[in-house]
Design a protein around this ligand. Structure first.
Ligand SMILES: Cc1cc2nc3c(=O)[nH]c(=O)nc-3n(C[C@H](O)[C@H](O)[C@H](O)COP(=O)(O)O)c2cc1C
Length: 243
């Protein structure tokens, strides 16, 4: 349709990279593109930490559950939801931030996520590839300590970037007929069988028939177990409350 849409539709996560480094100029362009995303009331409640220290890379890879690509990727960025800047702004104006509201948590979380997706798309448009790393939320307190993050800042995910050394098959997504509803919410689930077949074929192709998996088996296994139960307390401690 056009180059932007072709690029978006060509996305796949990349976890294997060539040794070629990413120039500072390209990284700046990527972060500029990130900062051009829409942002709630122009709050710009996000920061990005570029991890260049090898020891910290190694530690972050471990904290993320032993994800080797976190250590090996040419660039590893940590995206932070950041209300500390808002607090600084309040102090600049001799005001106290009214902290701890769920709405502020949503604002910061959405702002950083929009910026990060812009970064990923910009990187892909420059011939790079990458993968988001939610695994850093396995140990968010340790990540905060390691990266010296103050209150009102929390690490939401990392992002590996570099020149791709693999071209995995694209993971099939839900069709538009399912995700786009008209006028009212649709509770129709009749698409599940067909989508399962598509995902099963994808996994079988990708693994030479050794993996039999479906979308519903994967997602139901995940969604029927407790998930990162430390997050609620962690967020509250960092100043992202539930008022
Ligand atoms: C917020 C977020 C966190 C993710 N965390 C990880 C991660 O820790 N490790 C990883 O290998 N992939 C991670 N992924 C990548 C997803 O597994 C991947 O995007 C999804 O399976 C779809 O595959 P695709 O990106 O190749 O289309 C994450 C993706 C997102 C959006």
């Amino acid at each position: 349709m056009n180059q932007v849409i072709d690029l978006l539709k060509n996305h796949r996560s990349i976890r294997k990279f060539t040794p070629e480094s990413v120039s500072k100029e390209k990284l700046n362009t990527i972060i500029q593109a990130a900062g051009s995303a829409a942002t709630s009331n122009n709050i710009q409640a996000y920061s990005v930490i570029n991890i260049t220290d090898n020891d910290n890379r190694k530690k972050l890879a471990e904290l993320a559950g032993g994800q080797t690509w976190v250590e090996k990727s040419p660039v590893f960025l940590v995206f932070c939801a950041d209300l500390k800047r808002s607090e600084d702004v309040c102090h600049y104006e001799q005001k106290e931030m009214a902290a701890g509201y769920t709405e502020q948590f949503i604002v910061a979380t959405v702002d950083v996520t929009l910026a990060a997706e812009n970064a990923m798309v910009a990187a892909e448009s420059l011939g790079l590839g990458g993968v988001f790393i939610g695994g850093i939320r396995n140990n968010p307190e340790k990540v905060c300590q390691l990266l010296k993050m103050p209150d009102y800042v929390y690490p939401i995910f990392g992002m590996c970037l570099g020149y791709p050394d693999e071209k995995p098959e694209q993971k099939p997504r839900l069709p538009v007929e399912v995700t786009l509803m008209e006028d009212y919410y649709s509770e129709d689930t009749s698409y599940l069988g067909k989508y399962n077949e598509i995902c099963r074929d994808y996994y079988q192709n990708r693994t030479n028939n050794s993996r039999y998996d479906t979308w519903t088996s994967q997602i139901s296994a995940m969604m029927s177990s407790p998930s990162r139960t430390h997050m609620k307390d962690f967020l509250e401690k960092k100043g992202f409350g539930t008022l």
